[in-house]
Ligand binder design. Sequence first.
Ligand code: SAH
Length: 390
Amino acid sequence: MIRINLKKKISQRVVNGHPWIFNNEVDIIDSEVKGGEIAEVYTHDKKFVGTGYVNPRSQIIVRLLSREKNVEINEQFFYDRLIQCWEYRKKLGYIQNCRLVFGEADSLPQLIIDKFNNYFVIQTLALGIDVWKPAIVAAINRIFKPAGIYERNDVPVRELEGLSQQKGFLSEPFDTKITINENGLKFQVDVENGQKTGFFLDQQDNRRTIQHIVKGADVLGAFTYTGTFEIHAAHYGARSVLGLDISENAVQQAAKNAELNNVQNICRFQTANAFDVLKQWSREDKRYDVVMLDPPAFTKSRETLQKAITGYKEINLRGMKLIKPGGFLVTSSCTNLVSPVLFQQVIEMAAKDARRRIRQVAFHTQSPDHPVIWGMENTHYLKFLIVQVI
Ligand code: SAH
């Protein structure tokens, strides 16, 4: 077994539970290490820290899989971990559709598995987990007898690990447009060509929180993707709903989903750049009872964090200006570098510039099938805020 020793002066981060070890935190590697191999990690004074997978090409040289001594990383290990993940979701009632595995938060670093009915979509985002793909697929087959498994590894982050971008079936081919049920509504999930794994499960609970504020309301939703929030709004009794997305494909899918739920007369969708349109409409004195914003992550790096903050401020400022007095802003941020407190500050600045007073109605995060690990900031990534705009 390869042994890796941590430097004397490394932060308590790893010992306290963080699963990542950076290459400048490592002192001695006792043999030539190949990417994807399993190693045991020890402190400088030889205390066992954990077992993980190695990639000398990555800045994160080790990602820990286990803190227990003498654990063998093999097919059974992944089966046992997946069982634990499934038990947790079942316990919390996330049975039909859920994020079955949320990487680091499930002690399976860089592994994502989304479950849609009995179909599974997998992402293996680091070399050390990618080599275990056959074991992970075997575990899914054993536990679920799935209708199908699809790989969505067409993500640039894999290249940092020396992995290619790819997607395709990990089971017999199947129709990759799957219809799921969420909160009593139907949505088509395109696991082959949709964004990320095809559907944003992390907002599944938040979509219900708009139930009362949209009743009888004229609703504007920007960054609509497959129209989930907008179709919920129509279902909960909105008078009119308009959803905007820059992607023509998304708008078509959203319109199809509206038809699936028989709300096409209330819900319209339009291809547009939300930044341009919201600005223009506030000048034209268009007004809505509820404005909903759910933009994509604006940055993944600290260097461009300021730009992301400017983006959030801009879009929320424009959104608030469009809201009738006493109406509501429903606003999200999935950029993990923007902390919940920072997000609140940005909204506060936007309100100031829009010359509106706001009251917090609800402030949530992602659904618990994406658990948050304290001390691992990037697991607490989603901010979902409802404010009344006075
Ligand atoms: N609300 C959705 C998820 C939105 S994902 C849900 O719950 O499923 C973000 C969406 O914003 C993507 O569909 C992307 O196409 C869209 N988008 C990105 N930039 C945009 C822009 N400038 N204007 C409008 N839409 C944009």
